[in-house]
Design a protein around this ligand. Structure first.
Ligand SMILES: NC(=O)c1ccc[n+]([C@@H]2O[C@H](COP(=O)([O-])OP(=O)(O)OC[C@H]3O[C@@H](n4cnc5c(N)ncnc54)[C@H](OP(=O)(O)O)[C@@H]3O)[C@@H](O)[C@H]2O)c1
Length: 280
């Protein structure tokens, strides 16, 4: 497999670059996926697979006038540019998306076939990207949730609060599963190794679904702080003084059966959280 990773500087991109040492890893400055001319002119020869880890992930900033433009460029126009290149050069295209393409109203784990119903600008821009990549004949659209990797993220924020002795109120009515970037990278490679049919696959860590407050409590426990330091709050209460914040789905639990049938099962999120925290 001769792989190109785009968006290689992010949480998932850097995990993919580590997981595929021989890959050509391109940061935004090396290939801006929103630049149709640059994507078309790129020398794709000698490669057979493109892994797209590039995205605009600032969910609340996407609600601003500037953010809306940026989110649509990176999350919709960018994947369309890559889909065109994949089609023209017969490349496999792996694109990564989010449960934010759904409204969270689904009862139970959300299957790949659920209708798109985004609540936010970020979710709508990701949904447009999902549609665009399906135009590449050899696409794998991988939807995931609550990514935790290198750099700033929810787990690191909670770890910082625990270290400073803060007792935070954390949202308890959004339910999902954290997905560790190293596990997701391994899952994507396993999907390709298994020669899984082109199409859409939900890939997240496994384990009992949890709220953000539950995840925070697990972080506090690892940090040697009492779990009771984390107080439950509701989405409505938490965002009461943040009226410009994006709407978030309450159900972020993706149905993992299809990936499992293709042989891709990630570890329990609590086990991966322990490994992530132990690694420092
Ligand atoms: N984070 C989550 O909780 C979450 C949840 C569900 C799904 N996802 C999806 O998972 C994927 C990976 O997310 P992540 O958390 O790894 O994101 P991330 O850490 O925000 O990384 C995104 C990367 O994309 C790069 N990028 C932005 N615009 C670009 C452009 N025009 N051309 C090339 N690269 C560009 C960024 O570079 P700069 O730093 O230079 O801007 C950054 O390195 C995304 O598709 C995201 O939508 C994420």
């Amino acid at each position: 497999m001769r792989v190109i990773i785009v968006g290689s500087g992010g949480q998932l991109g850097s995990a993919l670059a580590t997981a595929v040492p021989g890959a050509t890893a391109l940061s935004r400055t090396e290939l801006d996926i929103t630049d149709a001319d640059a994507v078309a002119a790129f020398d794709w020869s000698g490669h057979d697979t493109v892994l797209n880890a590039a995205a605009y992930t600032a969910v609340d900033a996407a609600e601003t006038p500037e953010g809306r433009v940026a989110a649509w460029r990176v999350n919709a126009v960018g994947p369309a540019n890559l889909a065109r290149a994949a089609r023209d050069h017969d490349l496999r295209l792996v694109h990564v998306s989010s449960e934010y393409v759904f409204d969270g109203a689904h009862d139970g784990p959300i299957p790949e076939t659920a209708p798109l119903s985004p609540l936010s600008v970020y979710g709508a821009s990701k949904a447009a990207g999902d549609i665009a990549v399906t135009l590449a004949p050899r696409h794998h659209l991988v939807r995931t949730t609550w990514v935790v990797g290198a750099g700033g993220n929810f787990v690191r924020t909670m770890l910082g609060l625990a270290g400073r002795g803060v007792s935070p109120a954390v949202v308890a009515d959004q339910i999902g599963r954290p997905t560790f970037a190293t596990d997701l990278a391994a899952g994507i490679l396993a999907l390709l190794d298994a020669d899984a049919e082109p199409g859409t696959y939900n890939v997240t860590n496994t384990g009992e679904p949890a709220s953000w407050a539950d995840v925070a409590r697990a972080v506090y426990a690892h940090a040697g702080r009492p779990e009771s330091d984390v107080r439950d709050t509701s989405t409505t209460e938490y965002f009461a003084d943040k009226p410009a914040a994006a709407a978030r789905p309450s159900n972020s639990v993706l149905d993992l059966d299809k990936a499992a049938k293709a042989g891709v099962v990630l570890p329990d999120w609590r086990r991966s959280l322990a490994g992530y925290l132990a690694a420092g």
